[in-house]
Design a protein around this ligand. Sequence first.
Ligand code: FES
Length: 196
Amino acid sequence: MWAADTFRYESRVIFLRMQAAQRMQLLHGALTEDRYSMSVFDETQAQAVDALSARFAGIPGPLLPLLRAVQDELGFIPSEAIPRIAEALNLSRAEVYGVVSFYHYFRQHAPGRHVVQLCRAEACQAMNSESTEAHAKNSLGIDYHGTSADGQFTLEAAYCLGNCAAGPSVMIDNKLYGRVTPERLDQILADWRTRQ
Ligand code: FES
């Protein structure tokens, strides 16, 4: 029991660190919107996976940072990337897939054009984020990890976006919004729909 609790706690810490690292990359413009439009594993993507694998293979504990880098680059972890990563890190495919499937953070399918992260942490909950969350799911017609029928938005949960004083907080790609009511969310999504 203790070991299970410890494992869950450590997994949660890793997850939060990965989210924080992703936000830092977003803030520094390391990610581009074009990554969301890729859905077919092609030679360019294969080369990107191989280059990242080579870069991370020599560091201690390379799997999680490598998977995160692949997702940052491609928008998700394509199934075709798993054997390449396994070979580069001298792991079994099952080991790599086990980590990918364990963490909700890792997407196994190409996301929509934009990723909408809704904060579900305590400070935002205290500001009635649940109503914004329910409205987002209803208006987009999806649950978490789903993509709207028009391919525009993938909905994901976040657990603090670093904007606690202005909750409910929402992040769309690299843009952070505070005090997002259901009505304001409609306006924001309408704006993003018009972007190229
Ligand atoms: S709790 Fe929502 S931004 Fe921190």
